[in-house]
Design a protein around this ligand. Sequence first.
Ligand code: UTP
Length: 224
Amino acid sequence: MNTVVVSVGGSIVVSDEPNIDYLKHLTALLNRLSQHFKLFVVVGGGKIARQYIALGRDLGLDEDRLDQLGIDVTRVNARAIAYLLGTSNIEIPHTTDDVIRLKNPVVVMGGTDPKHSTDTVGAEIAEKTHAARFVNATNVDGIYDKDPNKFPDAKQLKEVSIDQLIAQYGTKWGSAGKNIFMDEPALAIIKRAKIPTFVVNGKRLDQLECAIRGQPFDGTRILV
Ligand code: UTP
């Protein structure tokens, strides 16, 4: 059975408030697909993580402590997804070495250490499990030539090479709570391990399903 790693952005799990209908459909989809694939699902922190990070920044906490606040929120979100799935681990592991040992059909994970986001956790799991693909489920339809939330004329890229992304964004972690389509350290792992990586709008469950299955989808393929 092929392994697929799915990074579920916190922005689609809890944007303003948890959308229970969406979460029920998302977890039902993951349970259904787990009959065909071993799934690792890494859950992000979203708006709540960013709010705690902003609070910590106002308090003058250092970057590692800000990251730690974000990590804790990703782990709460991961546990909530685990409860909804009902088939996965309930205790959220702290390291990618611990997570890859779990035998459940769907395994759920949050953040691990400072200086990266859950995208890097997903890329690390994909590397360690030799996953067939890494699917990054975000809140826009893939990667654009500029930020689609700011520029209405931004164009979606159907394909982009990992070298082009690294040339544009680098591989160094910026700062806690930073939000781009994929964190920079994850790009280095995707290149090193040559992980086929798809960026898709996780709110569009039909497209997410196609991406997980490795079928044509509306989003961006990162060429490795
Ligand atoms: P996210 O993975 O949610 O990152 O972690 P993000 O890119 O900000 O947002 P979404 O979820 O994709 O919309 C939130 C924050 O938690 C810390 C980082 O500060 C990150 O920005 N974090 C998370 C870590 O330091 N390490 C981790 O392994 C995960």
